[in-house]
Design a protein around this ligand. Structure first.
Ligand code: FAD
Length: 346
C-alpha cells in the first residue's frame, strides 16, 4: 500500500489533519488504538475570551473563523449536527469584577463576544448575588459524536487501522518511510499525551494536565445557558448537565478518581442550590505545553516525521487552524510561526 501520509491518533488533532489532507486530495491511513481520550471526554466549549481575566485568547479571531467553517463543513459532510450554539454566563464574584467586565467588553477584540450589560440572576437554584456577564457567539462542539462518526467514515473508506502504532517498526528511507506494508511520504504524529511513548518526540516539554468531569441529572435547575463559576455547568438537554473540569498536574492515570469527583461536587455546591444526582464521571489528559502553545514541525534529523500536538485546553478552536498551518509548511514550505514550531525547543 502506498499513501501520501500516515497519521497516528484520531483525536481532534488527527481528525483535523485528516480533513485537511482530504481537502487537498492527499491519500492517508490513520492508526488509532483508543489509548487516550482527551478529545472524547472534552466539554467541547469554544469561547475566545479568557474568563479569569477577561482578555482575548491568543490568536482567537483567526482560530475561531477557521474552526467554525471547519465544523460547519463536517456537519454537511457527515449529515449531523455537532456545533451547538450556547451563551455562556460568567458568575461575578464582586462589584470589581462587574466593572472589569464592563471595561473589557468595550475592547475591539472582545466586543463581539461580551455583552456589556450585567445580567440579574432570577434562577433560585443558582447563587449569583452579583449577577452574570453574558458571552455570545460561543458554543460547544459535540466532539465525542464527531469523532465517532468520523471514525465510522474512515473505517468504511478502509483508511483506519484500529491498532497500536509500533514506533520500532518505522523504517526511514530517503524518499519517505515504510511502516509494515505501508509506504508513505510522511508520518504525522497526533497522539496527544501518547507522545510520551514516542521515541522521536518525547523530548518535547509537555506539562500534561489531567481533567475530570461529572455528568449530573438536575431536574429543578432549568438553565439553557452555560454557567461558568468555580466550575462550568453545561446543559445537554433532558435535565442533564456536564460539570467540569478539574486540573491535576500530578496524577497521570487515565481513570476518574474519588478526589476528582469530590472536588467537582464541592465546587458545584458553592453556586448550585438544588438536588442533583451524578450519572457519569469521566477523565482525560490534556496535552498541554509549558508555554501553552501547540507543537508543530518536523523532526530535526528525520524529516519525514512530523508532529501536530500541544492543543492544550482549547483543542476545539485551535486544531483546524494548526492542521492547515502544518500542511502549508510540509507541502509548500511556508514557515511556521516560531511560537508554534517545535524548533523553539531545540
Ligand atoms: C476534561 C477535559 C475537558 C476539556 N474541555 C475542553 C473544552 O471544553 N474545549 C476545548 O477546546 N478543549 C477541551 N479540552 C481539551 C481538548 O480535549 C484537547 O485539546 C484535545 O482533545 C487534544 O486532542 P489531541 O488529538 O491532541 O489528543 P487526544 O484527544 O488525546 O488524541 C490522541 C489520540 O491518539 C491516539 N494514540 C496515541 N498513541 C497512539 C499509538 N501509539 N497508536 C495509535 N493511536 C495512538 C489516542 O488513542 C487518541 O485517540 C478538554 C480536555 C479534558 C481532558
Amino acid at each position: 500500500m502506498k499513501v501520501d501520509y500516515i497519521i497516528v491518533g484520531l483525536g481532534l488533532a488527527g481528525l483535523a489533519f485528516a480533513e485537511e489532507l482530504t481537502k487537498q486530495n492527499k491519500s492517508f491511513i490513520v492508526y488509532e488504538n483508543r489509548s487516550q481520550n482527551s478529545s472524547l471526554v472534552a466539554g467541547g466549549m469554544y469561547n475566545p475570551v479568557i474568563l479569569k481575566r477577561f482578555t482575548p485568547v491568543w490568536n482567537a479571531e483567526e482560530q475561531l473563523r477557521v474552526a467554525l467553517d471547519f465544523y460547519k463543513k463536517l456537519e454537511e459532510k457527515l449529515n449531523s449536527s455537532y456545533d451547538h450554539k450556547i451563551n455562556i454566563y460568567r458568575v461575578f464574584k464582586s462589584v470589581e469584577e462587574q466593572n472589569n467586565w464592563f471595561l473589557a467588553s468595550d475592547k475591539i477584540l472582545l466586543q463581539d463576544f461580551m455583552d456589556a450589560a450585567i445580567i440579574k440572576n432570577e434562577n433560585k437554584c443558582v447563587l449569583a448575588p452579583f449577577g452574570f456577564g453574558k458571552l455570545v457567539n460561543t458554543g460547544r462542539i459535540d466532539v465525542n459524536s464527531l469523532i465517532h462518526d468520523y471514525r465510522t467514515l474512515l473505517f468504511k473508506k478502509k483508511v483506519l487501522k484500529e491498532e497500536k502504532f509500533a514506533y520500532d517498526r518505522i523504517v526511514i528511507k530517503q524518499d519517505g518511510v515504510e511502516y509494515k506494508d505501508v509506504k508513505s511520504e510522511r508520518i504525522v504524529f497526533c497522539e496527544g499525551y501518547g507522545i510520551k511513548k514516542n521515541p522521536y518526540f518525547k523530548y518535547l516539554p509537555m506539562r500534561e494536565a489531567k481533567g475530570e468531569l461529572i455528568t449530573i441529572h438536575a431536574p429543578e435547575l432549568k438553565v439553557d445557558y452555560l454557567i461558568k463559576a468555580a466550575v462550568f455547568v453545561m446543559p445537554l438537554g433532558d435535565d442533564i448537565y456536564k460539570v467540569g473540569a478539574t486540573f491535576n498536574w500530578k496524577d497521570k492515570s487515565p481513570t476518574p478518581t474519588a478526589e476528582g469527583r469530590q472536588e467537582l461536587e464541592r465546587k458545584l455546591n458553592t453556586f448550585i442550590r438544588c438536588k442533583y444526582t451524578i450519572v457519569d464521571h469521566l477523565a482525560g489528559i490534556r496535552p498541554t505545553i509549558i508555554d501553552r502553545r501547540p507543537l508543530l514541525g518536523v523532526h530535526a534529523e528525520y524529516k519525514p516525521l512530523a508532529i501536530l500536538n500541544g492543543l492544550g485546553t482549547r483543542g476545539v478552536m485551535i486544531a483546524p487552524l494548526m492542521a492547515m498551518k502544518l500542511f502549508e509548511y510540509l507541502e509548500h514550505n511556508i514557515p511556521l510561526d516560531n511560537e508554534v514550531s517545535i524548533a523553539r525547543f531545540r
